[in-house]
Design a protein around this ligand. Sequence first.
Ligand code: GAP
Length: 450
Amino acid sequence: MSKLEDIVSLCKRRGFIFQGSEIYGGMAGTWDFGPLGVTLKKKITDEWWKYFVESRDNAYGLDAAILMNPRTWKASGHLDTFADPLVECKECKSRFRADKIADSITESVTTEEFLETHTKCPVCGKENWGPIRKFNMMFSTHVGAVLPEDTDENPELAEKGLAYLRPETAQGIFTNYKNIVDTIYPNIPFAIAQEGKAFRNEISPRDFILRDRECSQLELEYFVHPDNWETEFEKIYKDFNNFFETRMGLNLSDINHLEVAPEDRAHYSKRTVDYMFNYPNGEEELMGLAYRTDFDLQNIQRESGKSMEYRDKNTGETFVPHVIEPSLGVERIFLAVLSTAYTEDEIGGEKRIVLKLPENLAPYRFCVSPLLKNKPELVEKAKEVYSSLREKYGNVTWDDSGNIGKRYRKQDEIGTPKCIVIDFETLENNTVTIRDRDTTEQIRQNISEL
Ligand code: GAP
């Protein structure tokens, strides 16, 4: 099995991630996070929030609606440009993203350029392609009392309730920029942060949770003076390297900072650095850091007729701020964390799988167990320790299943840094065994010092 398959198997076996709607045969591009997965995901997003919002005096949070007025997507350019090149195999009718099956082409490929690549269909192996068509990736829906048959018979009615699931959380921030400026009066530069779901009708969802149809984003929009964008860009660039290394436990040697060529940048960007992560099955974008200029605020100003100007309280200068955006996918950072932590080693001649997660991300900080579950005096003492640790730390788990060796293996696999065992010596001198996940070394410590 490849390392990615091992991780997928661990995720299912231990309740981190299940296939979306698995019981009905699944739904491509959707994933359900189980009890351990949702805890890890929450810890990742909480760390991001603490690092980029709570610990700064110029960052503000937001939780905007997923359904937005469709004018949002007209102004943002998503209706016209948020499209992938779709190509269909004329033999087996399978559809693909042209730039993902032929290595040497970009998203702006023409049919002629694609045909020159002589790519074979990954499904039927033939080379008989239709023309490249642009496929808009936004999911549409109808808001209000519009029946499916109405939309066939009455295009006007269909248009009336038409709405889209947001393809990026960023637009919720841009459309609330004025509300925040008018209520909080922030000093520039300032950031608005949002965590939430984004939806993209990906042509070929793939690579486990890396390319989904429903994903979560952690987005920050930094509003800066137009003259200062380069300095601010560099600061944010460094901050994220530090965040990935010190809070997420990633090795910077696994991140390749890719300066994106102008023809490959999103329609709104004048400079983009993609943080490419070395995943088990190859390099993929972990985060994009983009200089969005005043593209979005100018578009909103035009579409809404409302001024997006910011007035500097100190200098009196009035201008439309420029924006720098680090946009991080939760599923992508989740898999980067998991694949960095996933380790196989040998303990006493026995193969072991261990998730060497940083302590701040481990779903459980401690596991408490009685050495034997059929000894009431041990169970009672262990419950006492468990309750007091739980009260203090919250994320503590209880395990009295199987023998102690099996419990250690299970806790290693889910990344619990310390296992605390209550044994007969505990009853005599109030000390417990603490086993370290990474070294497997055990020490004895007094309960009062835990
Ligand atoms: N607001 C800017 C924006 O959305 P993007 O490069 O399209 O830019 C930002 O997406 C990040 O969101 C990516 O770097 C990636 O981490 C994540 N992402 C994008 N599409 C995704 C998908 N289909 N599945 C999982 N994550 C995705």
